[in-house]
Write a protein that binds this ligand. Sequence first.
Ligand code: G3I
Length: 349
Amino acid sequence: APVSLKQAFKDDFYVGAALNGRQVSGNDAKALNLIQEQFNTISPENLLKWESVHPQPDVYNFEPADNYVTLGEQEDMFIVGHTLVWHNQTPKWVFEDEQGKPVSKEVLLKRMEDHINTVAGRYKGKIDSWDVVNEALNDDGTLRQSKWLQIIGEEYLQKAFEFARQADPEAELYYNDYNLWKPEKRAGAVRLVRSLQEKGIKVDGVGMQGHYGLESPSLEDIEASIKAFSDLGVKVSFSEVDIDVLPNPSGRAGADIDATFDFDEKYNVYTTGLPDSVQQQLTARYAELFDLFKKHSDKIDRVTFWGVTDNDSWLNNWPIKGRTSYPMLFDREYQPKPAYEAVLKAAAK
Ligand code: G3I
């Protein structure tokens, strides 16, 4: 019987996790053990984002990212870079001149090129795959009105991929986004990738983030997107998988409240811990998702969880700060949850 996720899926796809600063600097030894034991690919949760790695015009902060890449090399892992061009976690100065006025298209393109050259160039031959552009689409499939689009125009997409290719010709280059199971957004991503391909830009993959709820999205919608992206001739990866078990006030993910358990309405916390009934739902949900991934393992290159244990998930702070959520396969004591066993079982089918 397999003793790890990476071993269980070794003939199917890479299995990984997003890592934080404490983990890559060795300050969370128990998490590090799990990472070494379970995964053969890693992603940087925050440490390679523009604001982390390039906080000011002439200031690069490479130490955490270097630790991250070193860990991946030591463990012989498939190393992901996240992310080069995004509207979020990008400092204001990137888009402004010294007076605080928007910069010209030429200036912003030059800043983008310098950033990509410096960051992707530093890890050339080491980072195996880059999320070049992240979240460029609205849920209706139109292009998001980001500063990148407003100042440069649609060309920013093509340029980002060109600069990344130039900085590291061997790395895989991905388009990455959430809610790609939504039919309109799926269609938008297909248009985006096609239009790059028509311009002669090689896109290697589409990353479906995979921030899911217990009931939504449907497996049919996820499956339709796997097929649609694969039909473009690109790899498909699930790049940021987690399952939110808490209700979401915005209705995007999450579950109905199990009324038989104490529930703090203000912070959306199960005050007495994760109820068994919800734990069972989580297990069943992970099982059906991994059955689907397994079914399409010829199209799927990688499945990465957005965190290691429940304790370090971003979902403890979203959409409300200070929640206690339970989205991962490992609990706050670093122990495998029933969902972990269910995922291993899906591998054996
Ligand atoms: O580093 C500061 C710390 O100094 C400060 O004390 C603290 C106070 O809130 O904030 C810390 O920064 C936080 C940062 O994570 C590092 O922990 C930010 O507030 C917080 O907003 C930020 O959240 C990250 C989020 O992206 C921001 O957009 C999450 O950790 C990260 O998991 C999340 O990841 C994104 C992917 O990159 C793209 N897809 C969606 C995914 C989930 O939102």
